[in-house]
Design a protein around this ligand. Structure first.
Ligand SMILES: Cc1cc2nc3c(=O)[nH]c(=O)nc-3n(C[C@H](O)[C@H](O)[C@H](O)COP(=O)(O)O)c2cc1C
Ligand SMILES: Nc1ncnc2c1ncn2[C@@H]1O[C@H](COP(=O)(O)OP(=O)(O)OP(=O)(O)O)[C@@H](O)[C@H]1O
Length: 262
C-alpha cells in the first residue's frame, strides 16, 4: 500500500501526471471498527468488479479538532496503525489530506472536482452519513451530480449494534465508561494501546485513549496480565520481571467496580 500526504503541492503535482483510475472510500476511519470495515469491504468489491485499485481518502488531524478547536481529541489509533490495518484490508493507495480551515471551506463541487476527479476516482464509496464540503453540506446523494456525472457512488447502509450506530464516538464513550468488552465487540477485535515506560509506571503513547480508571485484564503478547489505569495518561503494570521500555496491550475486561475519569 502506498501512502500519500496530499497537500496542495502534491495535488498540483498529481495534476501534471498520468493518474490511474481508482475506486475510493472516504472518511476519517478512527479505530477501523466494524462499520468502517464494511465500507472498505464494499469498496474492495467495487474495485475488483472494475479491475481498479482501491484508494482511501482520510484526513488529518480530525475535523473536530480544527472546526471545534478540540485540542484534547481522544483518538483511538495513530496514523501508523491505521495504515497497517488499511493495508491488511486490501487498500492499495492511502491519501491523507491535511484538514485545515482552507480545505474545510472548499465548496462540495470544488472538493469533488479538485480532489476526486483529479485523483481519477470513478466510483466513490462512503457511509450513509458521510459529509463533505463547506459546513459539511455535501452528501452521497449529490456526489454524482457534483462530479458532472463522472463518478458513480455506493452509499453504505447503517451498521448498528443494540439499536445504536457503530461509530468511533460510541467506542470512545464505551472506553470512558470502562466498557472495554463492548468497545471490543464494536471494533471486531480487542482494543490495542501502546505504552511507554516512565520509571515504575507506563504512559500512554500519543493518539491512543485509555479506558476509565480502575483494574483491567489485558493481553500482552499472548499472556494475561492485570493492569491499573491511574489517570488519563498513566498505567500501573504489576510484574516481578524487568519492565520493558514499550508495551502493546489489548484490553479484555474491567475487573473491579466501575470508576469514571472525571
Ligand atoms: C472538503 C471538505 C470540507 C469540509 N468542511 C466542513 C465544514 O465546514 N464543517 C463541518 O462540520 N465539516 C466539514 N467537513 C467534514 C465532514 O463533515 C466530515 O467530518 C469529514 O469529511 C470526515 O468524514 P466522516 O466524519 O464521515 O469520516 C468537510 C469535509 C470535506 C471533505
Ligand atoms: N456504522 C456505520 N455504518 C455504515 N457506515 C459507516 C458506519 N460508521 C461509519 N461509517 C462510514 O465510514 C466512513 C468513516 O466514518 P467516520 O470516520 O465518520 O466514522 P464514525 O465512526 O461515524 O466517526 P464519529 O463517531 O467520530 O463520527 C464514512 O464514510 C462513514 O459514513
Amino acid at each position: 500500500m502506498k501512502t500519500i500526504v496530499l497537500n496542495e503541492e502534491e495535488l498540483h503535482g498529481v495534476l501534471g501526471k498520468n493518474i490511474e483510475s481508482c475506486v475510493m472510500a472516504l472518511g476519517f476511519f478512527d479505530g477501523l471498527h466494524l462499520g468502517h470495515q464494511e465500507v472498505i469491504r464494499q469498496a474492495k468489491v467495487e474495485a475488483n468488479k472494475r479491475n481498479l485499485p482501491l484508494a482511501i481518502m482520510s484526513f488529518f488531524p480530525h475535523p473536530k479538532t480544527v472546526l471545534m478547536k478540540r485540542s484534547d481529541f481522544p483518538y483511538l489509533m495513530p496514523l501508523e496503525e491505521k495504515k497497517k490495518r488499511m493495508s491488511s484490508l486490501g487498500v492499495d493507495l492511502f491519501y491523507v489530506v491535511p484538514f485545515n480551515h482552507a480545505f474545510a471551506s472548499l465548496s462540495p463541487e470544488v472538493f469533488v472536482k479538485q480532489y476526486l476527479l483529479t485523483l481519477g476516482v470513478k466510483h466513490a464509496v462512503a457511509g450513509f452519513d458521510f459529509h463533505y464540503g463547506n459546513k459539511g453540506v455535501g452528501h452521497m446523494a449529490r456526489l454524482a451530480t457534483d462530479s458532472g456525472y463522472q463518478i458513480t457512488t455506493t452509499s453504505v447502509s447503517k451498521l448498528s449494534r443494540n439499536g445504536l450506530k457503530i461509530s468511533s464516538s460510541y467506542i470512545r464513550s464505551c472506553l470512558q465508561q470502562g466498557e472495554v468488552d463492548l468497545a471490543n465487540a464494536l471494533l471486531g477485535r480487542p482494543y490495542q494501546v501502546k505504552l511507554q515506560r516512565n520509571g515504575s509506571t507506563y504512559w500512554v503513547k500519543p493518539f491512543y485513549t485509555l479506558p476509565a480508571l480502575g483494574e483491567y485484564e489485558v493481553n500482552c503478547q499472548g499472556d494475561m496480565h492485570t493492569v491499573k489505569v491511574l489517570s488519563k495518561e498513566e498505567v500501573e503494570w504489576q510484574s516481578n520481571k524487568t519492565l520493558p521500555k514499550e508495551l502493546s496491550i489489548h484490553w479484555l475486561k474491567k475487573t473491579d467496580a466501575k470508576e469514571q475519569i472525571s
